[in-house]
Design a protein around this ligand. Structure first.
Ligand code: XMP
Length: 504
C-alpha cells in the first residue's frame, strides 16, 4: 500500500489513481492520521498531497513529525514538499511571482526519482509559496527559472519533494516520476490489479456472509450493477436484487437491466411502483419537493420489499471509493443519495452491510464490470440522477409527459451515439413551455424539448458539447416527426456554472 496523506489538495484522487495505474494499491487518509494507524497499514511509501494553505500559517494542516522517523519513503507534492522542508527547518515563503501553468524545469538525471528522463522536462506548476532555503541534509534536484527548488531530496532517508504536480497529464513525464518513486525508491512489487481485488473480495464476502442470503437494491447504475455481478459470483443463488421501477426510468431501461442479469446466479425482483410514485408526485412542481417525495417513497417501497425477504441477513450496497473519501472517515457506511435507503439497515435489522466495491475508483469499477461479463451498455452507462426523469420534466409530472420525454430522449441518445459524438452526459428535457407551430395545414400548440449534452470529467463543472448543426437538424426533424406533442426543439448551450447539468 501507498498511503496518500490529504492536505486539502484538489488532486488527491488523481494521485491515488495514478499509483494504482502503476499496479500499486493506494489509500487516501487525513493528514493527521496517527502513527499507530500508519504502522497498522504498513505502507511501503507515503505521498503528501498539495493543499491551498501556507505551511507557516497557524491553522495549516500538519502531520505528525515522527512520521519521518518511521523509515518509510516519502514524496511530498507542492504543499507536501513545502511542509517537509518546513518541518526540517527550511524556509518557505510566498513566491515573487506565483507560477501557474506548464513550466520548463532542469532536473538532475542522476537522481533515482528522475531515472530515465531527459534533463529538460515540462511540468505543471501551481503555487504561490515556494521553498526559499533548504533544510539541512536536503539538496535541490530540479529547478526552473523562477523556482530554485522545483524538487528536493534527502536520499539516505528516502525523502523527496516536488514543487510541481507529477500526477496531472500536463506534466509530460509525471507518471514516470511517480513510477520511479514507487519502484526505484519504495521497492514496490507492482502486484495490484482489479483481478486481484476481485478475488480478495470474493473470499471476503464468502467469509462474512457464510451461508446467509444478501439483499441488494439495483438502480440500473454502474455501481450497483457491478456489485450485483460480483456478489452473484461470490455467493451464487443467495443474492436477491430488487429493482424499484418508479416509472421515471428512461425508455427500455428496466428491461435492459433485467436482461443484463438474466443469466447470472441471482434472484431478480422487479417492482412496478410507478402508480405510487406518480400519485405522490401529482401536482408537484417544485424541484426540491419532487426529490424529497421520490427519496422517501423509495425508502418505503424498498423497506416493504425487504421485509418480504426477511431471511436475508445482509444488505449489500454499491458504495465506491470516492463515496468513502467524501464521507471523510472511511468507516461509516455512506449511502449515496440516489440509493435513497439511508437509515434502512438498522430499522430492518440486517446483521451487516456488504460493500465489495468500497476500495475502487469508478474506472476500476467499470473494468471489473466488463470482467464480470456485464454488457458494455451497462458498464459505460452515463450518470443518471436518482429522481430519474422527474427532474427532466419541468413542472408537473404526468404519465403523458413522461412518455413524450422518453421517446424524444431515446431518439437523441440513439442519434448521438450512432454519430460517434462523445459527450459525458446527454439527454432530453421536456420544458414546460408550449408554443405555436404549424404541421400539415394545421396549427399546433405543443411542447418544446430541450437537448442537453455536456463534456466534463468531474460533473462539478461542464462545457456544453459542440454538436454539428447537420446532426442537430436531423435530430430535430426526427423528434418533431416521430414524437406526438412536440413541435419545437432547442439545444442548451450553457456551461456549468452558471447553469447546472440537469435543469432541475
Ligand atoms: P447538476 O445538475 O447538479 O448535476 O449539475 C451533476 C451531476 O449529478 C447528477 N444528479 C443527481 N444524481 N441524484 C443523483 O444521484 C440526484 O438527485 C441528482 N441530481 C443531479 C446529474 O445527472 C449530473 O451527472
Amino acid at each position: 500500500t501507498i498511503l496518500i496523506l490529504d492536505f486539502g489538495g484538489q488532486y488527491k484522487d488523481l494521485i491515488a489513481r495514478r499509483v494504482r495505474e502503476c499496479s500499486v494499491y493506494s489509500e487516501i487518509c487525513p493528514a493527521n492520521i496517527s502513527l499507530e494507524k500508519i504502522q497498522k497499514i504498513k505502507p511501503i511509501g507515503i505521498i503528501f498531497t498539495g493543499g491551498p494553505k501556507s505551511v507557516y500559517e497557524s491553522n495549516s494542516p500538519q502531520c505528525d513529525p515522527k512520521l519521518f522517523e518511521l523509515g518509510i519513503p516519502i514524496l511530498g507534492i507542492c504543499y507536501g514538499a513545502q511542509l517537509m522542508s518546513y518541518i526540517f527547518g527550511g524556509v518557505v515563503k510566498p513566491c515573487q511571482t506565483s507560477e501557474y501553468g506548464q513550466r520548463e524545469i532542469v532536473i538532475d538525471p542522476e537522481n533515482p526519482l528522475f531515472d530515465g528522463l531527459e534533463i529538460n522536462q515540462t511540468v505543471l506548476m501551481s503555487h504561490t509559496d515556494q521553498i526559499e532555503r533548504l533544510p539541512e541534509g536536503f539538496t535541490g534536484i530540479a529547478m526552473s527559472d523562477s523556482c530554485k527548488y522545483a524538487a528536493i531530496a534527502r536520499p539516505e532517508k528516502r525523502l523527496y519533494g516536488v514543487q510541481f504536480h507529477p500526477e496531472v497529464e500536463l506534466s509530460t513525464n509525471g507518471i514516470k516520476i511517480i513510477q520511479n518513486f514507487l519502484y526505484r525508491i519504495c521497492g514496490a512489487a507492482g502486484d495490484y490489479s482489479v483481478e486481484d481485488y476481485l478475488n480478495k473480495q470474493i473470499a471476503a464476502v464468502r467469509e462474512q456472509v457464510g451461508s446467509e442470503k444478501v439483499l441488494l437494491g439495483l438502480s440500473g447504475g454502474v455501481d450497483s450493477a457491478v456489485c450485483a455481478a460480483l456478489l452473484a459470483r461470490a455467493i451464487p443463488d443467495r443474492l436477491i436484487c430488487i429493482l424499484v421501477d418508479h416509472g421515471l426510468m428512461r425508455k427500455d431501461e428496466g428491461d435492459s437491466v433485467e436482461k443484463a442479469f438474466s443469466n447470472m446466479a441471482l434472484r431478480f425482483v422487479r417492482v412496478d411502483a410507478s402508480d405510487r410514485f406518480l400519485k405522490k408526485l401529482e401536482g408537484v412542481t417544485d424541484p426540491e419537493k419532487k426529490r424529497k417525495i421520490i427519496g422517501s417513497e423509495f425508502v418505503d417501497v424498498f423497506y416493504e420489499q425487504a421485509k418480504k425477504f426477511g431471511d436475508a441477513k445482509f444488505l449489500a450496497q454499491g458504495t465506491i471509493y470516492p463515496d468513502v473519501i467524501e464521507s471523510g472517515t472511511g468507516s461509516a457506511a455512506t449511502i449515496k443519495s440516489h440509493h435513497n435507503v439511508g437509515g434502512l439497515p438498522k430499522e430492518i435489522g440486517f446483521a451487516g452491510i456488504i460493500e465489495p466495491l468500497r476500495g475502487l475508483f469508478k474506472d476500476e469499477v467499470r473494468k471489473l464490470g466488463i470482467q464480470l461479463g456485464l454488457p458494455v451498455e451497462i458498464v459505460n452507462r452515463q450518470p443518471f440522477p436518482g429522481p430519474g426523469l422527474a427532474v427532466r420534466v419541468i413542472g408537473e409530472i404526468t404519465r403523458a409527459k413522461l412518455d413524450i420525454l422518453r421517446e424524444a430522449d431515446a431518439i437523441f441518445r440513439y442519434e448521438l451515439e450512432s454519430a460517434g459524438i462523445r459527450a459525458s452526459q446527454y439527454f432530453a428535457v421536456l420544458t414546460n413551455l408550449r408554443s405555436v407551430g404549424v404541421m400539415g395545414d394545421g396549427r399546433t400548440y405543443d411542447y418544446t424539448i430541450a437537448l442537453r449534452a455536456v463534456l466534463t470529467s468531474d460533473f462539478m463543472t461542464c462545457e456544453y458539447a459542440p454538436i454539428p448543426h447537420e446532426l442537430l437538424s436531423k435530430i430535430s426533424r426526427r423528434i418533431t416527426n416521430e414524437v406526438k406533442g412536440v413541435n419545437r426543439i432547442v439545444y442548451d448551450i450553457t456551461d456549468k456554472p452558471p447553469a447546472t447539468i440537469e435543469w432541475e
